[in-house]
Design a binder for this molecule. Structure first.
Ligand SMILES: Cc1ncc(COP(=O)(O)O)c(C=O)c1O
Length: 337
């Protein structure tokens, strides 16, 4: 319920500070395509990513169902960002968090999780079919602890958070949206925003952007979820149809390689002053592809999922980039004095 003791411009605690992010016109991408390409600046959320919305939505739903009470514990398996969102929202409610993360995720996200008080459990990276996969480990841990399992992949409170907040914000900010594209981890963002945009205008095109090493491009194109290749991006890519993706109104898919994603990350930084992570770079590359397919004069919206500082040791490290056969920007290359 709204707090009548505070002014209309005041955010009501952390909950009120999540969302309502700017929708930024990306000049270079727009000029290159003759379209208006807009990026939703989700890196400006308090926890630094789009996943604050899922964390808040899942916890609010659990509180409303009586499944989480002050003093309770929330457990989740995550690439990191959902764990950050959940931990911050849990802290604000007087709850605790236990966060299970594959040890391959960036050091910065792991350090941040420890810093904000999460009980961090690192596990080896294993496929979903393996009982040691971080999602299964987190489910078993929640059962053992008698805690709430957030279950972001199959808990549709995740996509509902985007259907009721991210989507309506985009509609209100952009006025007109011809197409929306973004990559998927849980699929909550794409499904929820897609549902909101389609409800307002069924002609809006919803396009799934997929990295190498993910099965969703094949799923949309031919119903084949098999996986090939790999990607340095984190938090995106999926080899199964999650409950959040089931029934999502998706018209098409594009596959974007790391070279294009990384190029966009550095272009956004040096030409627009926006420092974003790999999934945001991939999303902008996808928006450019979608805009070119539609032709000039259209408005294409995408998500700037999180900030680049979360990946300083990888995406902004020339040694790491070269080891993956990817180009590093000139300003990061070591040069002799
Ligand atoms: C950096 C980043 N980008 C994109 C996503 C994907 O969002 P969603 O789970 O809503 O599909 C995630 C999810 O964790 C993420 O961490």
């Amino acid at each position: 319920m709204a707090d009548s003791t505070i002014g209309a411009g005041v955010a009501d605690g952390l909950r009120g500070a999540i969302g309502n992010t700017p929708l930024i016109k990306l000049q270079r991408a727009s000029e290159a395509t003759g379209c208006t390409i807009l990026g939703k600046a989700e890196f400006m959320n308090p926890g630094g990513s789009v996943k604050d919305r899922a964390g808040l939505g899942i916890i609010q739903d659990a509180v409303a169902r009586g499944a989480l009470k002050p003093g309770g514990t929330v457990v989740e398996g995550t690439a990191g960002n959902t764990g950050i969102g959940l931990t911050l929202v849990a802290n604000a409610l007087g709850c605790r968090s236990v966060i299970v993360v594959p040890e391959t995720q960036s050091r910065e996200k792991l350090d941040f999780l420890r810093m904000i008080g999460a009980d961090l459990r690192l596990v080896p990276a294993k496929p979903y079919s393996d009982p040691g996969n971080y999602q299964h480990v987190s489910r078993r841990l929640a059962e053992e602890l008698g805690a709430l399992w957030a279950n972001q992949f199959d808990n549709v409170a995740n996509r509902d958070a985007h259907r009721t907040t991210t989507g309506p914000e985009i509609l209100q900010q952009a006025g007109r949206v011809d197409a929306f594209t973004c990559s998927c981890g849980t699929g909550g963002t794409l499904a929820g925003v897609g549902m909101a945009l389609k409800a307002a205008n069924p002609a809006t095109r919803i396009v799934l952007a997929d990295p190498d090493g993910s099965g969703l491009y094949g799923w949309i194109k031919s119903g084949d979820l098999s996986v090939q290749g790999s990607s340095i991006t984190e938090g995106i890519g999926q080899s199964r149809v999650t409950a959040n993706l089931e029934g999502a109104p998706i018209d098409d898919a594009v596959r974007i390689g790391d070279t294009d994603a990384v190029e966009q990350v550095f272009d956004l930084l040096i030409h627009e002053g926006l420092c974003v992570g790999g999934s945001a770079g991939l999303n902008v590359a996808a928006a450019i592809r979608v805009a070119r397919d539609l032709g000039p004069g259209h408005t294409v919206v995408t998500i700037l999922c999180d900030g680049g500082s979360r990946y300083q040791s990888k995406l902004f490290n020339p040694e790491f980039l070269h080891s993956k056969g990817l180009p590093a920007p000139p300003w990061l290359e070591p040069h002799s004095a």
